[in-house]
Design a protein around this ligand. Structure first.
Ligand SMILES: Cc1cc2nc3c(=O)[nH]c(=O)nc-3n(C[C@H](O)[C@H](O)[C@H](O)COP(=O)(O)O)c2cc1C
Length: 215
C-alpha cells in the first residue's frame, strides 16, 4: 500500500516575527502568542502541547499533555509520576515541550529541565479538579498494561462507592512538573518557505540571547 502526500502544500501568509517588534523575554512572547491563539478561531485546545522525554530504553518519546499554567519561572503540567514519562523524567529531567497552532501558522519549541512541583501546589490543583477527574487519577495506574477496559470500570465503580461520603485526596504518585526553560524557539510560517525562526537561549548570566535561525 502507498499514498503520495506530495500535493499537500500550503503557503504561510498570516504573520511575521521580527526582532524589533518582539520582547527580549521569551516567556513574554509566549504570553503574547498564547493570548492571540486563545482569541483566534479554529483551535480547540490551545494548551495542548507535545512533551518529549528521553526514555529509559534510550528512545525519545512524545505525547500530548495539557499545559495548566505558565509563569515567569516556566511551564506546568500534571501527570502520574509513575507513568512512562514520570520514570523517564526521574532519570533525565531534560524535556522538550512543543506547540503547533496551525490556524496561526505558529510553532513553539521549548527545551527545559523538569522538577516536581511542591506538594502543596499539586494539592491545590488536584482540589480544583472535577470529582470524575480526581477519581480517574486514583483509578488509573497510568502506562501499565491492563487486561481489559473492565479493569478500569470496575475500579472506578468500587472507588465511587468508597468515596461517596469522603474527600478524594491527591494520590502521592500524581502531581505537577514545572519545566524551567533553557531555550525557546518561535516559528512563524512565511511565504516561499522563508519562515521566521527566533531562538532564545538562557545564558550563564541568566539573560536571554536572541538569535535568528535559517528556516
Ligand atoms: C489532548 C490530550 C491531552 C492530554 N492531557 C494529558 C495530561 O494533562 N496529563 C497526562 O498525564 N496525560 C495526558 N494525556 C495523555 C497522554 O498523551 C499520554 O497518553 C499519557 O500521559 C501516558 O503517557 P506515557 O505512558 O508516555 O507516560 C493527554 C492526551 C491528549 C490527546
Amino acid at each position: 500500500m502507498q499514498k503520495d502526500l506530495g500535493d499537500y502544500r500550503k503557503s504561510y501568509e498570516k504573520s511575521a516575527l521580527m526582532e524589533d517588534s518582539i520582547s527580549d523575554n521569551p516567556i513574554q512572547l509566549f504570553q503574547t502568542w498564547f493570548y492571540e491563539v486563545e482569541n483566534s478561531d479554529g483551535v480547540d485546545e490551545p494548551n495542548a502541547m507535545t512533551v518529549s522525554t528521553v526514555g529509559l530504553d534510550g528512545f525519545p518519546k512524545s505525547r500530548v499533555v495539557l499545559l495548566k499554567k505558565y509563569t515567569h519561572e516556566g511551564f506546568i503540567f500534571y501527570t502520574n509520576y509513575n507513568s512512562e514519562k514520570g520514570k523517564a523524567i526521574s532519570e533525565n529531567p531534560n524535556l522538550c515541550l512543543s506547540f503547533f497552532w496551525a490556524n496561526l501558522e505558529r510553532q513553539v519549541i521549548i527545551k527545559g529541565v523538569a522538577e516536581k512541583l511542591p506538594e502543596n501546589l499539586s494539592d491545590g490543583y488536584f482540589e480544583s479538579r472535577p470529582e470524575g477527574s480526581k477519581l480517574g487519577a486514583v483509578v488509573s495506574e497510568q502506562s501499565t498494561v491492563i487486561d481489559s477496559r473492565a479493569v478500569l470500570e470496575d475500579n472506578l465503580a468500587r472507588l465511587e462507592k468508597e468515596y461517596s461520603d469522603k474527600e478524594i485526596e491527591r494520590p502521592k504518585h500524581w502531581g505537577g512538573y514545572l519545566v524551567r526553560p533553557v531555550s525557546m524557539e518561535f516559528w512563524q510560517g512565511r511565504p516561499n518557505r522563508l519562515h521566521d525562526r527566533i531562538r532564545y537561549t538562557l545564558t550563564d548570566e541568566y539573560e536571554w540571547k536572541m538569535e535568528r535561525l535559517a528556516p
